[in-house]
Ligand binder design. Sequence first.
Ligand SMILES: Nc1ncnc2c1ncn2[C@@H]1O[C@H](COP(=O)(O)OP(=O)(O)OP(=O)(O)O)[C@@H](O)[C@H]1O
Ligand SMILES: [Mg+2]
Length: 308
Amino acid sequence: MIKIRGFTKRYGDLVAVSGLDLDIEKGDVFGFIGPNGAGKTTTIRFLATLLKPTSGQAWINGYPVTSRPDDVKRSIGFMPDAFGVYDGMKVWEFLDFFAAAYGIPKSKRLAIVSDVMALLDLTSKRDALVQTLSRGMQQRLCLAKTLVHDPPVLILDEPASGLDPRARVEIKALLRELQRMGKTIMISSHILSELADLCNKIGIIEKGKLLAAGPVKDVVASVRQHRVIMVEVTGEAEKCEIFLAHDPRVKNLTAAPPQFRFEFQGADAEVAELHRGMVTAGVPVLWFREVEADLEEVFMTITKGIVA
Ligand SMILES: Nc1ncnc2c1ncn2[C@@H]1O[C@H](COP(=O)(O)OP(=O)(O)OP(=O)(O)O)[C@@H](O)[C@H]1O
Ligand SMILES: [Mg+2]
């Protein structure tokens, strides 16, 4: 749905983004993560046809960004990092205005605007002046605006910035709903944990370079040199400890009966085999699970450049 090849953007001597390649498939919710100044907004503005690349190309919905900007604009809903709302307009007028700008005929606009307001829980604010809305509401209105022309792709630059925890949760719930509706979503943030449970894929960018990208699990696995597993038993803690201590793939075993934690070198099949082995040996396993890496930890590791 989104394909970027060799995107480079220079501002004088500064290379804001360098040789970026990226693939986002239909239905993906892609988290574009990086610290301040990493090049997220630069990349996003290029995709939104607002910025000329120094070199490289991108395709959205099959359309090349540089030569078919109008088709690209029709294919995306874009939410910029900083946005203004027009004073003196009511919520419904604001949405109607954007629907009209997309060439949607008046006869259809009323229904579309009501649908979008209902989806984003703005119906009760229909006649409120946009400048009187809270920041959270304005953010939602801006998200609503990106949906009026029913684009297959949403590109959102830090949509949850400046929101309180409750409003963040609400935005996340909305994004999940949009994902269920089949939208392909690219969302940027420098807060990794914010995107962890929302995205199926992530890309980590720093100093204009993409350091890692792919399914969340793969990115995490590429950073972690070993897996971490936890087990709890209902008794026979000693038997469990002896069993684990005898497996050469088990390292740094921490016993806190009835729980055990250890590092493990091995693929999925070997984890399954270890589990089976414990049960077969008569260890009363209550639960056995891999501890997911904390995404914050992954991010810090990657951006510190200490990836193996
Ligand atoms: N118009 C411009 N002229 C000169 N330099 C720019 C311009 N726009 C961006 N830059 C620089 O390009 C780099 C990347 O900026 P960009 O806004 O893409 O980062 P970002 O990842 O979106 O950061 P943030 O998390 O702070 O939003 C930064 O060093 C920035 O200072
Ligand atoms: Mg930015």
